[in-house]
Design a protein around this ligand. Structure first.
Ligand SMILES: *[C@@H]1O[C@H](CO)[C@@H](O)[C@H](O)[C@H]1NC(C)=O
Ligand SMILES: *[C@@H]1O[C@H](CO)[C@@H](O)[C@H](O)[C@H]1NC(C)=O
Ligand SMILES: *[C@@H]1O[C@H](CO)[C@@H](O)[C@H](O)[C@H]1NC(C)=O
Ligand SMILES: *[C@@H]1O[C@H](CO)[C@@H](O)[C@H](O)[C@H]1NC(C)=O
Ligand SMILES: *[C@@H]1O[C@H](CO)[C@@H](O)[C@H](O)[C@H]1NC(C)=O
Length: 557
C-alpha cells in the first residue's frame, strides 16, 4: 500500500507527481518483469503457446461477434422440468474453475488451454450465489447444504434445521417446527424418483443435507455422538445421520444412494468385504435393515459394494439402489484403484438409469466432494483433477438427458483460499512456478493458499516436484486444515427455467427456483408464467386439462 516505503501522505504526492511526469514508469515499476529481457522472454514463451491469430485485432472482433450472435439466438425455455439433476462441486471456488480448465487443457497437451471450458461452463445461464450462513460469514458444507437443499439458511455445523437450532442442540433439532423439509421430499411428494450420489461418505455433511435434520454434522453414526465430548449425553439416544437415512421418510424413499461410508452402517464387531471394521455401537446392521424396508408393489432393491457389481447390475430391473464403495470417503480419481471403486461419472450414469424408470421424472443430487477434501490439504492438483471429474460427470448427464425436459444446475457450496497469482505467461504450467519474486529472487508458484497445513517459511521451491498429485502448494498461515473461503460461488444452469439462475442471490434461493421449474414443493404453488410459450409437452398437458374440464362440465350438466 505504500509505494517506495515512504510515509502515506508523502506517497500520495509522489504518486501524483509520477502520474503527471512519468505515468508508465509509476505504474509499471510495480510489475516484476518490467525490463527488456523479461518482456522478450514473456513474448517468446507466449508465442509458443498461443495461436498467432491472437495478435490480430480481427480475431478478437470475430470471436466476440460470433458469441454475440449465438447469445442473440438463445431462447429461454419455459414449461416444466420433468427431471432435475443438481451437481455440487464441493469447495469449487471460481479460482478452482479457472485453474481446472487450464489444467484440463494442459493434461491433453493442448495449446491455449486458457480458452478451455469445463462442460458446464458452456451452459447458457450463469449466476453467483452468496454462501454465508445464519451465524457465519464463511459457510461450512453443513449449513450451505441446508441452504441449497432445503431453501432455508441455518447455522454452521447444523444440517436441515433452521437458525433456531444452535450447534449440538439435539433437542431443538428434533422439533418438527425447526426442521427444514428437504427438496428431495418435495420431489418424492410430486411422485418423482430421487437419488443422492457422492464420492464422500453418504453420511457426510453435503449428502446428509438431502435427508437429515441434525444439530451437529459429525454425528454420522451413534459412536460419533458417543465420543463427542461436547455433546450432551441425552443426544446419544437421538437418531444419528446413518439411522436417519434409513429410518426417516426422505432417506427411506431415496431410490438411489451411492458413495462411501460403509463403516457408519454396521456394528463395530463386524468387518466388511475389505476386512475393515464397522463403527456402530448399537449392534444394528443398517444395510440389512435398508434391504428389508417394506417397499410397495414388489419394488426391487439392490446393494452393491464395488465397481464390477455396479457395472454388472441390471439398472432397468432396479427400483432402489444402495452402493457403498468404501469404508470411509472414496479415493481421489488420480489415486483410486479403478477396479474397486466406480468413478463419479459411472455413478452418475447408473443413477440416471435407475431414476429414469419412473413416469413422473426424477430429482438427482450429485456431489463431487473430493475437490474440497484436496483443497483442505493444500493439494491443488488433486482438487483440479476432481473438478475435471465433476465436469465429466455433468457432461455425461447432459448427454443422457434432453434440455427440453431436464434442468441441470451446477454450483458449489462455498469457496476455498486458493488463489491464482503472479503474471505467468500464456501456457505456463498451472502447477508450476514460472515467476521470480524481485524481493528475494526466488520463484513462487502460480497456485497458493492463504492458509493450510503446507505452511513453512518462504524457501526456494525450484526443486520441488510440484506436478506430483499429492504436492502441497504453499500456504501463508499455519493451520492444520486449510479453511473455506467466503467469496461467492458460480451457478450454471441448462434446461427449463435455467434463466432463473441468472444474477447474484442468496444460496437458499436455488432450491426455490428448482421447485418452480420442476413444479414440486413450495414453487408449485406459485402462479405459472409464460404458459403460452411453454414447450410442446406443457401445451399438451394444458390442452388435455382443458379437455378434461370440458368433460367435467358436460357431466355436471
Ligand atoms: C502430453 O505430453 C507428455 C510429455 O510429452 C506425455 O507424457 C503425455 O502422454 C502427453 N499426454 C497426452 C494426453 O497426449
Ligand atoms: C435387464 O432387465 C430387463 C428387464 O427384465 C431385460 O429385458 C434385459 O434383458 C436385462 N438386461 C441385461 C443386460 O441383463
Ligand atoms: C485393486 O483392487 C483389486 C480388487 O480388490 C485388487 O485385486 C488389486 O490388487 C488392487 N490393485 C492395486 C494396485 O492395489
Ligand atoms: C533456487 O534453486 C535453484 C535450483 O536449485 C537455483 O538454480 C537458484 O539459484 C536458487 N535461487 C536462489 C535465489 O537461491
Ligand atoms: C505448524 O503448526 C504445527 C502445529 O502446531 C507445528 O507442529 C509445525 O511445526 C508448524 N509449522 C511451522 C513451519 O511452523
Amino acid at each position: 500500500m505504500r509505494p517506495y516505503g515512504v510515509p502515506c501522505t508523502f506517497a500520495l504526492s509522489i504518486a501524483t507527481a509520477l502520474l503527471l511526469a512519468a505515468t508508465t514508469d509509476g505504474i509499471e515499476i510495480r510489475h516484476t518483469d518490467n525490463n527488456a529481457e523479461n518482456i522478450a522472454a514473456r513474448r517468446r514463451a507466449s508465442n509458443e503457446n498461443i495461436s498467432p491469430d491472437e495478435n490480430n485485432k480481427q480475431f478478437w472482433y470475430d470471436a466476440g461477434n460470433n458469441l454475440l450472435r449465438k447469445k442473440l439466438n438463445l431462447e429461454r425455455q419455459y414449461g416444466v422440468a420433468k427431471n432435475v439433476i443438481f451437481f455440487i462441486g464441493d469447495g469449487m471456488s471460481i479460482a478452482t474453475l479457472t485453474s481446472a480448465r487450464i489444467y484440463m487443457g494442459q493434461t491433453k497437451n493442448n495449446t491455449g488451454s486458457e480458452k478451455e471450458m469445463l462442460s458446464f461452463e458452456k451452459f447458457p445461464f450463469t449466476g453467483l450465489s452468496k454462501t454465508y450462513c445464519v451465524d457465519s460469514q464463511v459457510a461450512d458444507s453443513a449449513c450451505s447444504a441446508t441452504a441449497y437443499l432445503t431453501g432455508v439458511k441455518g447455522n454452521i455445523e447444523t444440517i436441515g434445521v433452521s437458525g433456531t437450532v444452535t450447534n449440538r442442540d439435539c433437542m431443538a433439532s428434533n422439533e418438527p417446527a425447526n426442521q427444514a423439509v428437504s427438496s428431495m421430499r418435495w420431489a418424492q411428494r410430486a411422485g418423482k424418483r430421487t437419488g443422492v450420489v457422492s464420492n464422500m461418505r453418504v453420511t457426510h455433511a453435503t449428502p446428509a443435507g438431502a435427508y437429515a435434520n441434525v444439530a451437529q454434522r459429525d454425528w454420522e453414526c451413534d459412536n460419533d455422538v458417543f465420543i463427542d465430548e461436547l455433546a450432551d449425553k441425552s443426544c446419544r439416544t437421538q437418531p444419528d445421520i446413518a439411522r436417519q437415512l434409513i429410518e426417516r421418510e426422505t432417506g427411506r424413499n431415496l431410490n438411489v444412494i451411492m458413495g462411501g461410508g460403509r463403516a457408519k452402517f454396521f456394528p463395530n464387531t463386524d468387518k466388511d468385504q475389505q476386512n475393515l471394521k464397522g463403527q456402530r455401537r448399537d449392534g444394528r446392521d443398517l444395510i440389512k435393515e435398508w434391504l428389508e424396508i417394506d417397499r410397495t408393489s414388489g419394488a426391487s432393491s439392490a446393494y452393491v459394494t464395488d465397481r464390477s457389481q455396479l457395472k454388472s447390475m441390471n439398472t432397468s430391473e432396479t427400483d432402489y439402489l444402495l452402493g457403498l464403495f468404501a469404508s470411509s470417503h472414496m479415493s481421489y480419481n488420480l489415486l483410486a484403484n479403478k477396479t474397486q471403486e466406480p468413478t463419479l461419472v459411472e455413478m452418475t450414469e447408473a443413477a440416471i438409469e435407475v431414476l429414469s424408470k419412473g413416469d413422473a421424472g426424477y430429482y438427482l443430487f450429485v456431489e463431487g466432494g473430493l475437490i474440497d477434501w484436496a483443497h483442505h490439504s493444500n493439494m491443488a492438483q488433486l482438487a483440479l483433477d476432481e473438478a475435471v471429474m465433476l465436469s465429466k460427470a455433468v457432461g455425461r448427464a447432459a448427454e443422457l438427458t434432453s434440455r427440453e425436459d431436464t434442468l441441470i444446475v451446477v454450483t458449489s457450496d462455498h469457496s476455498h483460499t486458493m488463489s491464482i497469482n503472479g503474471y505467468p505467461h500464456r501456457g505456463s504450467d498451472i502447477l508450476g512456478h514460472p515467476k521470480i519474486a524481485v524481493t528475494d529472487n526466488m520463484p513462487y508458484s502460480t497456485l497458493s493458499y492463504a492458509n493450510g497445513p503446507s505452511y513453512k517459511a518462504r524457501y526456494n521451491l525450484s526443486d520441488d516436484k510440484t506436478d506430483e498429485p499429492e504436492y502441497q502448494f504453499p500456504s501463508m498461515l499455519n493451520l492444520t486444515w486449510e479453511t473455506h473461503g467466503g467469496d461467492d460461488v458460480a451457478v450454471f444452469a441448462s434446461g427449463p427455467w435455467a434463466h432463473l439462475f441468472v444474477g447474484n442471490y442468496e444460496q437458499n434461493y436455488i432450491p426455490h427456483a428448482i421447485s418452480y421449474a420442476a413444479r414440486m414443493g413450495p414453487g408449485a404453488e406459485i402462479e405459472r408464467k409464460h404458459e403460452a410459450d411453454s414447450s410442446s409437452e406443457k401445451i399438451f398437458v394444458s390442452s388435455s386439462l382443458a379437455a378434461f374440464m370440458t368433460l367435467v362440465a358436460l357431466l355436471l350438466r
